[in-house]
Design a protein around this ligand. Structure first.
Ligand code: SAM
Length: 222
């Protein structure tokens, strides 16, 4: 996805996108480890910088590390946060970062917003979640926000139509096969639970939902 127009497109597609990052940071900010002053926090898949902007506004004391494998996204993010010299930037996936990072296990918290959904469930989702778990101290929390497959199968046609209606009402004029959700790999709650447990987290606690977009708190097991 190209960074220009990214934020507008996301807010036309994702109900509540404008406050997702604010909510994710507020949730992590109250977690047992990341509430401490000067906590080190990982922002995985920082994209154009929405979570970083919120983190800097809400928790200027946090030591932030921002990761994204996309040169264009990382550059857009760095430009937006150019006046914050303390952020560590890495053009990397979390998987490669943790493989080369000597300080693995040192983070007090992490944010992963709309990243897991883009990875296929062929070992890639597990590798990503395992890498995030390795980055965290035992007991530290990850805020995970992602497009999920609905468990409300009888309501699926209505929810799908409502989502299309939301996008049309937001001014997005695309056909079904042009939707930005095409090509994503959402999974259901049972599958997410089994993947996060295998990665080293406890069961996911759902803390919010807007249509298919759900937010979870995950705790790194000791
Ligand atoms: C849909 S964007 C979300 C960006 C931002 N978190 C937001 O909510 O606006 C997903 C981002 O994840 C990045 N990404 C994809 N795979 C990744 C991985 N394995 N590790 C870290 N970032 C990844 C992509 O380059 C992209 O910038």
């Amino acid at each position: 996805m190209h960074p220009s127009g990214y934020d507008r497109l996301q807010s036309q597609v994702i109900p509540g996108y404008g406050s997702l990052a604010r909510l994710a940071v507020a949730l992590l900010s109250c977690s047992p480890q990341a509430q401490q002053q000067g906590s080190s926090v990982l922002v995985a898949g920082c994209g154009t910088g929405a979570e970083l902007l919120e983190a800097v506004a809400q928790r200027p004391d946090w030591q932030l590390t921002a990761l994204d494998p996309s040169d264009e996204m990382l550059r857009a993010s760095r430009e937006r946060l150019a006046d914050i010299p303390s952020i560590r930037w890495h053009q990397d996936t979390v998987e490669d970062f943790v493989a080369g990072e000597t300080a693995a296990g040192g983070f007090s918290g992490a944010l992963s917003v709309l990243v897991l959904q883009s990875l296929p469930d062929d070992g890639s989702k597990l590798a990503y979640l395992s890498a995030l778990a390795k980055c965290l101290q035992p007991g530290a929390q990850l805020v995970l926000v992602d497009l999920m497959r609905s468990s409300l199968t009888s309501l699926e046609p209505q929810l799908e139509a409502a989502w299309e209606g939301f996008q049309r009402a937001s001014g997005l004029e695309v056909t079904r096969d042009q939707l930005p959700s095409v090509g994503l790999h959402p999974i259901g709650l049972a599958r997410l639970t089994s993947l996060v447990n295998a990665a080293g987290f406890g069961d996911p606690a759902r803390v919010f939902q807007a249509l298919g977009f759900e937010g979870f708190l995950l705790q790194r097991q000791g």
